[in-house]
Design a binder for this molecule. Structure first.
Ligand SMILES: [Fe+2]
Ligand SMILES: [Fe+2]
Length: 380
């Protein structure tokens, strides 16, 4: 069983223990620095935690980075396929892409807009909270170097993420439908859309050439439809996984309040992905969206209206099955999330410095341990 040793009771952080003097010094520091892009070079000096524990600051910084990257990708979706307004400005929409997305649900543009706005608020809140505690914040702007879509409707501004060469893992589809398996036990799951899990696929129109023929722009919209679920199920697992390492009750409250909104996004997108029409992309005949309700698919592991988690094994196979988020193992959770985002091709074209920064933020978050009796843990 993989879970052994992953239960974190209160303990002294190894880093705090080793660097007690430095932590005390940084706790007295007033004013937040900017990490990644700004004043601190990664790996060269100790990031400031301010009034937070080292671990809490590291967890929040990794989450801030993840949210910045999520915001960037959702902004690209909103510019072309969502609703551009004062809440989520940028771009002017691509009517053929919007129409193809609406095949999945007539409200797709509104949902894309709302998911995008949510990510902005996650990013802004976490960084503002870090700053309010005198801890370093995260700024990835120097890595905004990728060329985005050139299709009509795109703002054309530089991007942090690449939505045009995605390799989309859709195994979450069968993972949440399985009644006997859990990734925290080392179990693996078949892909819902096997051809999306290999190769490089656009999830937004790259140029106006992608707007025709009809089945091609529909394949791009279908890819987006599944990518939405892939991204948001990742957030749904990331927050509870890292929550197990948080020390302050207030930081725990933040993590426990943002995480479930990722699950609300995931739930919506899982429902919409099930409406993606079956087709073969005429411009890339290797890309096939099968009918998930018919052989060789079908059955409970693929059925499109099973959008709530099927109960499955949790913690121990000797305990009764339970309807749960999975995975939620905490060991290596941040590095796992960084790898998951990298493996999907989201950062294709990014610089070595970007990957080094992401790895450093993840390593620090994974090093966090829940601590006892050192911080303000009163109930609120
Ligand atoms: Fe988020
Ligand atoms: Fe999200």
């Amino acid at each position: 069983m993989k879970n052994k040793g992953e239960v974190y009771s209160c303990s002294k952080s190894r880093r705090t223990f080793l660097k007690n003097g430095m932590v005390a010094a940084s706790a007295a520091t007033v004013g937040a620095g900017v990490l990644a892009g700004g004043v601190h070079a990664f790996g060269q000096e100790d990031e400031k935690s301010g009034k937070l524990t080292k671990g809490d600051a590291a967890i929040l910084r990794f989450l801030a980075a993840a949210e910045i990257l999520e915001t960037d990708l959702w902004v690209q979706y909103n510019e072309l396929g969502g609703i551009q307004d004062s809440e989520v400005p940028g771009g002017s929409g691509s009517p053929p892409y919007v129409a193809a997305l609406k095949v999945l649900d007539g409200d797709m543009d509104q949902y894309i807009h709302d998911n995008t706005e949510d990510e902005f608020t996650h990013e802004n809140f976490i960084n503002a909270y870090l700053a309010s505690k005198g801890a370093d914040i995260v700024d990835l702007e120097p890595f905004r170097t990728l060329t985005g879509s050139k299709a009509t409707g795109s703002s054309g501004k530089p991007r942090l993420t690449n939505l045009m060469e995605l390799t989309v893992d859709t195994s979450w589809w069968t993972r949440y439908r399985s009644r006997t398996k859990n990734p925290d036990f080392g179990d693996t799951f078949p892909q819902a859309i096997p051809s999306l899990a290999v190769g490089k696929h656009p999830a937004i129109p790259r140029t106006d050439d992608d707007l025709t023929p009809n089945d091609h722009i529909q394949a791009i919209a279908n890819t987006a439809g599944f990518h939405f679920g892939t991204i948001e199920q990742g957030g749904t697992s990331l927050y509870p996984s890292l929550a197990q390492r948080v020390t302050s009750v207030e930081v725990l409250r933040i993590v426990l309040s943002i995480g479930p909104t990722e699950a609300m996004h995931f739930q919506t997108w899982q429902d919409k992905a099930g409406n993606a029409p079956s087709l073969t992309d005429p411009k890339d005949t290797t890309l096939v969206f099968p009918n998930l309700n018919a052989p060789p698919f079908g059955g409970e592991d693929f059925q499109t209206n099973l959008i709530m988690p099927e109960p499955t094994v949790f913690l121990s196979r000797s305990l009764p099955v339970c309807s749960i988020v999975r995975p939620t193992g905490t060991r290596g959770a941040a590095m796992g999330a960084a790898k998951f985002l990298t493996d999907m091709g989201l950062f294709r074209g990014q610089s070595p410095a970007f990957f080094a920064a992401l790895r450093d933020l993840a390593a620090d978050a994974d090093e966090a341990r829940r601590e006892c009796g050192e911080r303000d843990n009163h109930e609120r």
